[in-house]
Design a binder for this molecule. Structure first.
Ligand code: ATP
Ligand code: MN
Length: 463
């Protein structure tokens, strides 16, 4: 038995004259009475290998089953290609059909389906060139993230997915319960008695690993989390998912400036990694999805991010001769239209905004001496808007406690967090990078549902 080779292997290091065995799915088949040209893809690369079959050497019934989408094993000699478009091809000596694919009913028989159609066929969309490219890049980015942090002495810390705290404040949460919703236990006052729930209290899916990440950083030094987070926000936008992955580094002894430097270096590293390691897939996406993709990626790597305060940004937006859908004014949160104006029209490059009003940011951010702003930073990207949100954290116990009280956050949910400020507190900082927003930027795709294999959005959890 010959050992199967990946198509990528054959195309990267073609040893012509050798007998090879490949397995994969038919992308296209063309030819005439005498000869068939089969483009075969096995997922190892965006590129297909061309299989050439003399029709007379095969059963007619077998040839009939070689249709788009069918799965085959092919053995034959690897030879230099006579035709254009590829260097090598396989002269098939034997073909085995693993899985037929009926041309009448196969939903992806034709090319050029809309993204909406493919989303409705998310169980099959992996078979397209576009989604193959996107998910190979997604994999490469996950690997590069771990490599980046590992090479720099950060520890990968696993924070919980089920959390007993609903004080994270980053969004609406999904409840986790084993109580019978039709007949829940009740307290004497008629409320649901969560003390009889699985964990003996109300629990939710996490919206962020940050608070737990801080516990790790305040002993391990530099940590990062990389896991799924859940937000029950009913926002049907091309930038929001109900289940998304987030990378959250948290570093002891980093101030906001160190935090910004890390964020900028990190994202530039990831883009560089993709340019160096995913060139075939990026080239395909640049041709088929977004003609400006490669140029934009290279531009972001080559240029410094602009760093300005929220207050400066508000002045720029106020001075802009522009009608906003949402009003601009000091104290109001910035909307996507404002963020994108700053990045895409005013500065024409990524922007880091700092020092936001404390009212529109989370309770744990370090308070500035002005009494009005906090040491927040949002990194804004072209085509995306906010890609990273972070801050220097408030390390002073009393200031933090005051803010928690001002916001009426129950201490019973946060006593453990406050203890880090009581016992050996330290200045520290961190941020959260939305993995899917990064992949949107990396691929030029325009909807976040198309960069995660199984998107979870309101009213959608089919696949
Ligand atoms: P936005 O204002 O865009 O909703 P946010 O302020 O809620 O973002 P953070 O809580 O700071 O975001 O989360 C950190 C990062 O996680 C964001 O910068 C973004 O990249 C990503 N993110 C946040 N919410 C979502 C979501 N619902 N789906 C996908 N990514 C998200
Ligand atoms: Mn949000």
């Amino acid at each position: 038995m010959m050992k199967r080779k990946r198509i990528k292997q054959l195309l990267d290091n073609p040893a012509t004259g050798e007998d090879v065995l490949v397995k994969g799915w038919v992308r296209t088949r063309r030819g005439n009475k005498n000869i068939s040209f089969i483009a075969l893809n096995d997922g190892s690369t965006i590129n297909n290998i061309q299989v050439v079959a003399e029709n007379s050497a095969f059963d007619e019934s077998l040839l009939r089953e070689i249709t788009t989408g069918a799965c085959l094993a092919v053995s034959g000699k690897l030879v230099e290609s006579q035709g254009q478009g590829q260097n090598v091809e396989i002269n098939a000596s034997s073909i085995e059909i693993y899985g037929k694919c009926d041309a009448e009913t196969y939903p992806l028989q034709k090319k050029g389906h809309s993204m909406e159609f493919l989303r409705e066929h998310a169980h099959l969309r992996f078979r397209t060139n576009t989604f193959g490219a996107v998910f190979r890049i997604r994999h490469a980015m996950a690997y590069a993230i771990h490599k980046y942090f590992n090479d720099r002495g950060f520890y990968y810390l696993h924070t919980p997915i089920i959390t007993g705290s609903d004080a994270e404040g980053a969004g609406e949460m999904f409840h986790v319960t084993t109580l019978d919703l039709k007949n829940p236990p009740l307290t004497e006052t008629g409320e649901v008695d969560y003390s009889r729930d699985f964990f003996g209290k109300v629990t939710n899916l996490t919206v962020s690993g940050q608070l737990e990440g801080e516990l790790g950083a305040l002993s391990l030094g530099e940590i990062y989390t990389f896991g799924p987070t859940f937000r029950a926000e009913n926002s049907n936008t091309p930038r929001h998912l109900a289940e998304f992955w987030m990378i959250e580094p948290e570093m002891a002894f980093y101030d906001l400036e160190d935090n910004m430097n890390l964020a900028e270096d990190f994202v530039k590293y990831l883009i560089t990694y993709a340019l160096e390691n995913c060139s075939d897939d990026l080239g395909f996406l640049n041709n088929m999805i977004d003609k400006g993709l490669l140029e934009r990626l290279k531009f972001v790597v080559a240029n410094d991010f602009v760093r300005i305060t929220y207050t400066e940004a508000v002045s720029i937006l106020t001075a802009a001769s522009r009608k906003w859908e949402y009003p601009v004014g000091w104290g109001r949160d910035l909307q996507a239209e404002h963020e994108r104006y700053l990045v895409e029209e005013h500065f024409k490059r990524p922007v880091i905004l700092t020092d936001y009003p404390k009212e529109i940011k989370a309770f744990y951010m370090k308070q500035n001496d002005d009494g009005k702003t906090v040491r927040a930073m949002d990194v804004l990207f072209p085509g995306i808007g906010e890609i990273i949100g972070g801050s220097q954290r408030e390390e002073d116990h009393d200031k933090l406690l005051n803010r928690i009280n001002e916001l009426n956050i129950p201490i019973k949910d946060l006593w453990w967090y406050l203890e880090t400020r009581k016992f050996g507190t330290a200045p520290h900082s961190g941020f959260g990078l939305g993995f899917e927003r990064l992949i949107l930027f990396m691929t030029g795709m325009s909807n976040i549902r198309d960069v995660i294999p199984f998107p979870r959005t309101p009213k959608n959890a089919e696949f």
